[in-house]
Design a protein. Structure first.
Length: 291
């Protein structure tokens, strides 16, 4: 496949965004790393990963699925800041946590992705009993969203692109909606409506947390998102006072409410630039409680 001519899954030619992302990557990542003779990367690669355990009380969550543990992973960004070997270590932490379901809210890759197939296979191989789901993030689309979706799907994970999957346990059913990358609240609305029509779902996966407003209108009890990285730099003891606010992400780390709807935003396992201050990389193990 000629990646330069690839068209992403929104039908939009990706090359302009790809060029912009490469320039940003040089300015924020490879350039400073060269100037510091590799210190930035060495320090970044030595940082720990937090396994964050949270109980989330969700009005309207189906009683039959009370207490399920969701392994929420996002923004792995396989690339030069997250080499495949390191990503496999992150996935191992997820496997050890033994979640009932895995929800990956996108940005699996970033610019260069040697070894991503191995990472996708390792995630799928965890064999969470209630399934393993993935939605695309904006960085997945930079090169070829279709290619990322193919790799994830062939590994054995369900890729949700404006569609709904059903998880059955006995006679009970959990409805999971997933949308592709949507930059604005209006685009989120469009994709949510395309995915669920006049119905609703119990759980929505959206890379962008801006999906919450429309999720609340549609009566969706729980939305899981990533994308913000928690800004990667936050004020001490104030995780929500972070750089993501610059991009208009007010809901940028942790749990949020909108009416009866809940949103959890993970700060992600990988990074956009090789520095995290007061925002450690994480995977989240969420125990969902019916309320
Ligand atoms: Fe990301």
């Amino acid at each position: 496949m000629d990646r330069k001519r690839a068209v992403n899954s929104t039908g939009e030619r990706a090359s302009a965004k790809l060029r912009k992302a490469r320039i940003r990557h040089f300015l924020l990542t490879t350039g400073p790393n060269r100037l510091t003779r590799g210190w930035f990367y060495r320090r970044h690669h030595a940082e720990d990963l937090l396994v964050r355990e949270e109980d989330i009380f969700v009005p309207g969550w189906p009683k039959a699925f009370d207490g399920i543990r969701i392994g929420h992973i996002s923004d792995i960004h396989v690339g030069d800041l997250m080499l495949a070997d390191r990503a496999l270590g992150v996935v191992e932490q997820l496997r050890i946590a033994a979640p009932d379901m895995i929800c990956n809210t996108g940005d699996l890759v970033d610019l260069h992705w040697p070894g991503v197939e191995t990472v996708a296979e390792a995630i799928a191989d965890i064999k969470a009993p209630l399934g393993n789901f993935f939605v695309l993030g904006n960085h997945d689309l930079l090169d070829s969203g279709d290619e990322v979706a193919r790799i994830v799907s062939e590994a054995g994970t369900t890729v949700l692109q404006d569609e709904v999957a059903l998880v059955r346990r006995g006679e009970d059913e959990l409805r999971i909606g997933g949308i592709g990358w949507a930059r604005t609240p209006a685009q989120c609305k469009q994709r949510i409506d395309r995915a669920i029509g006049d119905e609703t779902v119990d759980l929505l996966l959206s890379h962008n947390p801006k999906a919450l407003d429309h999720a609340a209108i549609k009566g969706i009890p729980l939305t899981l998102s990533g994308h913000t990285h928690g800004g990667q730099i936050a004020r001490r003891n104030r995780p929500n006072a972070n750089l993501a606010v610059i991009h208009g992400h007010i809901r940028n780390a942790g749990l949020y409410e909108h009416g009866d709807s809940r949103l959890f935003v993970t700060v992600g396992a990988g990074s956009l630039f090789p520095l995290r201050l007061n925002v450690p990389a994480e995977i989240a193990i969420l125990t969902i409680r019916s309320q």
